[in-house]
Write a protein that binds this ligand. Structure first.
Ligand code: PFF
Length: 453
């Protein structure tokens, strides 16, 4: 609590910026959620719509967040305070911090499951189990309290350990190792999957669009998935943007991150669906795809143990580079607004998130019948963040940049004070003024049921 603020940290290299930011985006959303949402929503047709939305809405929102953060050099709350003094915009920042608490609480629960499944892979826990027994194993595990709780705390601890070490020595250093590791594992899994006999059906499911499957819901699912997957709408990228130096290029950063995130989602589909079809399993198996269907496949395949270990390592690594970005939103807020030391801020944030997290862990066991608005605490956190807080946050973020921050400052920030040509700026401004806000508002109103198609 010293009165002299220490100099603000920043990412040290271009690769570090991309590794950390893409690390935030690439997560359970890509490898666990995206394949089953694609499976349930018609495969290739869904992917096309998702790509369209990522380009039209994902890029402008991400760029707006990075510009706000780098301009202000503050945490998400402080950024709005600084750029719009004495105006209520800081409420959007506060909402971001609240969303971070809620996301971290439920997301780390699933992240913890990946550790249990990694452990089971090592000890041969899926060995000789029938599909029904694997379902029983999954339900038995999430229906007990102790093991999911232990893994939750292990994962929170890992996340806190990295964040406490700082932006450069913790976040940047770890993601520079973890992200390449993630790609290597993913590629090995793809080679295994596409060389299985009967894999071709999975590939055509992913790449031959069936437009008869497209409905209004397809668009909604794609939009929600895009917000969650790209980590946009709650200021994670405002926080990370504040660690990007003035000489770095925000547009190329946003494009690389979006490209990487989308690539990993599609690659995860290529790693999973050929195997799913090769073993004659229904592609629309829902959230259990990763924890029931895949162990079933690993069980039947030669060398399954090693691929199972690789898959759950991949899932855990992807989740970890995301949880650190969410924890950093809260830690940066505590450090700058409550003038705390980073280590104290990290442990305070971890403890307080854990209090909510415990309720999320127990939502599949002892608190399964404790419901608010007909949802368990876990489901409530998931639903409220993805379908309410992120879209509202995203909406106000683009409105802020387009209508309040203004053309001149946006231009200055995106062109590095005129040093970069940045010819896309007029198009960007047009999109964030009209297209993005309208599209997001539409989805949000659909999501909460105020309008119905
Ligand atoms: N983008 C992450 C994923 O796809 O798993 C999840 C996430 C991280 C959402 C950070 C929001 C966020 F701020």
């Amino acid at each position: 609590m010293s009165g002299i603020p220490s100099p603000r940290e920043s990412f040290g290299s271009k690769f570090g910026i991309i590794a950390a930011t893409a690390g935030s985006a690439v997560g359970l959303g890509n490898i666990w959620r995206y394949p089953y949402i694609t499976g349930e929503n018609g495969g290739a047709a869904f992917i096309l719509i998702y790509l369209l939305i990522v380009i039209a809405i994902g890029i402008p929102v991400m760029l707006s967040e990075l510009a706000i953060g780098r301009r202000a050099q503050q945490n998400v709350y402080g950024s709005f305070r600084k750029l719009a003094p004495n105006r209520p915009w800081y409420l959007i920042g506060l909402m971001g911090v609240v969303a971070a608490f809620m996301i971290l609480a439920f997301y780390t629960v699933v992240a913890g499951w990946t550790l249990e499944y990694l452990y089971q892979s090592f000890i041969g826990g899926f060995h000789g189990k029938s599909p029904e027994e694997l379902v029983g194993m999954y339900n038995g595990f999430i229906g007990s309290s102790t093991r999911p709780l232990i893994w939750f705390f292990v994962f929170m601890g890992l996340t806190a350990f990295i964040v406490a070490a700082g932006v450069k020595n913790g976040i940047e250093k770890s993601t520079k190792i973890l992200m390449p590791l993630l790609f290597v594992i993913l590629i090995v899994l793809i080679v295994r999957s596409v060389t299985l006999p009967g894999a071709a059906k999975g590939i055509s499911f992913l790449f031959k669009p069936d437009f008869s499957k497209i409905t209004a819901t397809t668009f909604l699912m794609a939009l929600g998935q895009a917000f969650f997957s790209l980590s946009i709408g709650m200021g994670t990228l405002i926080t990370y943007g504040s660690y990007i130096q003035k000489r770095d290029n925000l547009a190329t950063t946003a494009l690389s991150v979006i490209f990487t995130d989308t690539l990993v989602a599609v690659l995860a589909g290529i790693a999973i669906f050929p195997a799913v079809f090769a073993f004659n399993i229904a592609p629309e198996s829902g959230p259990g795809l990763a924890f029931i269907t895949l162990p079933n496949i690993f069980e039947q395949m030669t060398g399954g143990t090693i691929f199972s270990i690789m898959f759950f390592t991949l899932l855990g690594v992807a989740a970890l580079t995301s949880t650190i970005s969410v924890l950093e939103v809260i830690v940066a807020f505590f450090v700058e607004e409550l003038k705390m030391k980073r280590s104290a801020a990290t442990w305070l944030a971890t403890l307080s998130v854990s209090a909510l997290g415990v309720l999320c862990v127990l939502s599949t066991s002892s608190l399964a019948n404790f419901k608010l608005f007909d949802k368990t605490v876990f489901e409530l956190m998931d639903f409220t963040t993805a379908n309410v807080l992120l879209p509202i946050g995203g909406l106000f973020i683009v409105i802020f940049v387009a209508w309040f921050f203004g053309r001149d400052k946006a231009k200055e920030e995106l062109s590095n004070n005129g040093q970069l040509k940045a010819r896309y700026i007029p198009l960007f401004l047009f999109v964030i003024k009209f297209i993005a806000p309208l599209a997001i508002a539409f989805v949000f109103l659909q999501g909460i049921g105020l309008i119905k198609l």
